[in-house]
Design a protein around this ligand. Sequence first.
Ligand SMILES: *Cc1c(COP(=O)(O)O)cnc(C)c1O
Length: 466
Amino acid sequence: MDYISTRGSAPALNFEGVTLAGLASDGGLYIPREFPRFTAEEIAAMAGLPYAELAVRVMKPFVGDSLTEQTLRDLCQRAYGRFSHEAVTPLKQFDEHNWLLELFHGPTLAFKDVALQLLGRLFEEFLSRSEDRLTIVGATSGDTGSAAIDAVAGRDRVDIFMLHPKGRVSDVQRRQMTTVLAPNVHNIAIDGSFDDAQAMVKRMFGDTNMTGRFHISAVNSINWARLMAQVVYYFAAALQLGAPARKVAFSVPTGNFGDVFAGYVAAKMGLPIEQLIVATNVNDILHRALSDGDYSAGTVTPTAAPSMDIQVSSNFERLLFDCGGRDGAAMAEQMRGFESSRAMRLTNAQREGAAGLFTSIRADQSDMAQAMQWASEKCGEIIDPHTAIGLHAARASELPRSIPVVTLATAHPAKFPDAVERATGVRPSLPNRVGDLFEREERYSELPGDYDSVAEYVAEHATPSV
Ligand SMILES: *Cc1c(COP(=O)(O)O)cnc(C)c1O
């Protein structure tokens, strides 16, 4: 299996190469040269497999000869063995039409664990072959930081530096990062906003003083391996609901378009998906793009679903590339236009290609609260604000009643206790396995909000690459 860049000029790489590279050198994103396809018989034969084994079947064609099947199986068993539910991603019923796929049973209570627990192990495996080291640098406003830290804590050949804006992440979110005491984990609280932290990380990627000594890498959802790991749970849910004989739809609380793009990949692989509903909050660039071709960034409005408060959705480029005829030069040109004006129009081919599978629905604060109330009062289920946006969209969609709609539950409600309590009157408590979060020792450094102090700190604490 070989991967090409959406912008056409970076070299093609194998799976090992794209996992370690993250972003392509021409600024594009890697995508398989061709999507592998399963027959209906092959899909039917996957019913009833344990999650880790299903993951091996679904991911094997993407991995190619970068890993033996046995190594892939070991990595999947260890990654998914850390989940607190035997089913890994259990499916629950709301009513005769609506279902809930719980993706938050990993160590940090958000769906990002599904992909990052595997990615941390892939890094370790591939780095050991070249005796290289990675220095992961990231900025977080919450969920990504804790999932990435948990995924690499204590692993060989990786150091992680995670910047968070001091005093501006919730106590649960901060403690999920700062109570991880492994020596390769470095939490930094900076004076400033999330955007300041993010700008410092971007600057470090372009700082030859740093990139000359350290193999600096990122763990955001531009990494192909993350998307690949997310394809698996679309198969898991659809198989339980009768695929391949029966079609299924999914409603996906969307920010960076990584999770829902994995659903698109599942459909390309032959899974019979009727529709993918892109659920957004009031930060609705994707809703505007999918409903009338207008992809233009504004300013972020903070909401109770912070992981969806985005203006630019990096993974959308993968969809535009695939639907727009896979023309790298044209894509590079279109993205150059977007990067200079922060706005672009989708081409007709892109719009028609996307319309075949996607629809979008935007939920405001009251839609979100009502969905939480409905789940609580009618089904006894407490859901988080992100999931509630997905559920609102699922219930508002006009799909035939014969098609089951699966809403992806992307975070545990206890990560957002205030918003949940406001809407439902119920304050969700942390699951037992993390119940002592507030008693654990914290460790982090505080730095002023200037780039030089952060770069100096990283240089002092990271191990140079070979
Ligand atoms: C990251 C995240 C999302 C958005 O997922 P994308 O892949 O960026 O679209 C939604 N909900 C929660 C809870 C998240 O952490």
